[in-house]
Ligand binder design. Structure first.
Ligand code: KG4
Ligand code: ZN
Length: 376
């Protein structure tokens, strides 16, 4: 049978209801979202299952374990959210799934499940870029008008984007090596903390006596772009740790606080520069949205809030459950795309790398590779 896709037969005037699936890293998730023509969003059901215990012994996400675990959970999760919402597949206007970027084996789990459901139920498929999901996530809580400046800081990504519309994002800056979450996780590992290290490092830093005790380098000090770099930080944290003889809890806490402050300062410095660029193009739209797991960090939040106040920006943090990986943002991105008539064929491939701003990505070959796919 030739692969084809059902064209969207949705009345632009009415609400659209979309089932979204997510499996690009180490969270398996499903959600059902209803989008009204006025931009109102209702999350009718949502589930997220993380795999932290499966990956913890290895100190990081193991792609093969992640892929198998996603494949085992996806159809159960889809069924569970339909039941929770009291709806049937036939009630969906489309099935959306993350189709990249991410760990390819994982991405395939949600995408294949979505293709099967779309084909079986005769519904359109919508292939969502995971980063677009994060970019649109503030709309899960309020009908925020385009454009806004997005700082996406997670374990897989660190970038600054001007979010101008659905499918319209301009990259202003990106990491040239590690993501901010990796900087937290790697520093945490040096300090002997478990995985994921970010939240544990934050907790330890809270016990610091002198948070400025360890002088850590200012990353990309002479670079005037909005790009980020975190690879040197881990080495510096390790070097500082190695100077300690039988480190006490306070020594470790001081070093954790120093690392956290260095990461927060680097994020704020680059974001400040991006705010100036964004404001130049959009003088009336001064909104900064911070999303991704690292946006949960209080030191990072405080630094961004202070910066936003200085620059006259409103600073918005989506609720934590929508900051980290979730399927509600994928369902919403799917609903927004469906409203514009943007559906995808059933032979749409899973993509390990899929920059949101292809022009910027191909113009800058420094950026675009990484352990978890494109951090760019
Ligand atoms: O967005 P996320 O849940 O998953 C992806 O990577 O896509 O982000 C996870 C990352 C991890 O590196 C984790 O250590 C970091 O976010 N993280 C934190 C905090 N909570 C999560 N880093 C610092 N402080 C936190 N409170
Ligand atoms: Zn993510």
């Amino acid at each position: 049978m030739a692969l084809s896709h059902t064209s969207a037969r949705v009345q632009a005037a009415g609400p659209v209801t979309v089932l979204g699936l997510e499996s690009s890293c180490d969270d398996s998730a499903a959600a059902i979202v209803r989008l009204s023509p006025d931009g109102g969003v209702e999350v009718l059901a949502e589930r997220v299952e993380n795999q932290n215990t499966a990956h913890a012994p290895f100190g990081g996400v193991v792609p093969e374990i992640a892929a198998r675990s996603h494949a085992e959970r996806m159809d159960h999760l889809a069924k569970a959210v339909l039941e929770e919402a009291g709806l049937a597949l036939a009630d969906m206007d489309a099935i959306a799934a993350t189709s990249g970027p991410g760990l390819i084996g994982g991405v395939m789990a949600a995408l294949m499940t979505a293709k099967g459901l779309a084909l079986g139920a005769g519904k359109p498929l919508i292939a969502v870029n995971h980063l677009e999901g994060h970019a649109l996530s503030p709309r899960l809580v309020e009908p925020l008008a385009f454009p806004w400046l997005l700082l996406l800081v997670s374990g897989g990504h660190t970038q600054l984007l001007s979010v101008d519309g659905v499918g319209q994002m301009t990259r202003i800056g990106s990491t040239i090596d590690d993501a901010a979450g990796e900087a937290f996780d790697k520093s945490a590992k040096v300090l002997g903390l478990g995985f994921p290290g970010g939240p544990q490092l934050e907790k330890l830093a809270g016990k610091a006596n002198d948070p400025s005790r360890f002088p850590l380098p200012r990353m990309l000090a002479r670079d005037k772009s909005c790009n980020f770099s975190f690879a040197g930080l881990k080495t510096a944290v390790k070097r500082s740790f190695d100077t300690l003889d039988a480190p006490t809890e306070t020594d470790r806490a001081d070093l954790a606080a120093s690392a956290q402050a260095a990461i927060a300062a680097h994020l704020a410095e680059r974001t400040g520069r991006a705010m100036d660029i964004f404001a130049e193009h959009n003088p009336d739209a001064r909104v900064l949205v911070a999303a991704g797991g690292v946006a949960a960090n209080t030191a990072v939040r405080n630094a961004l809030e202070k910066l936003a106040e200085e620059k006259g920006f409103r600073c918005l943090f989506p609720p934590l459950k929508y900051c980290t990986d979730n399927a509600a943002m994928i369902a919403l991105a799917g609903a927004e795309r469906l409203r514009l008539g943007l559906t995808d064929p059933l032979d749409t491939p899973a993509r390990a790398r899929w920059p949101l701003d292809e022009t910027a990505a191909s113009a800058d070959p420094l950026i675009g590779s990484g352990r978890k796919g494109p951090k760019a």
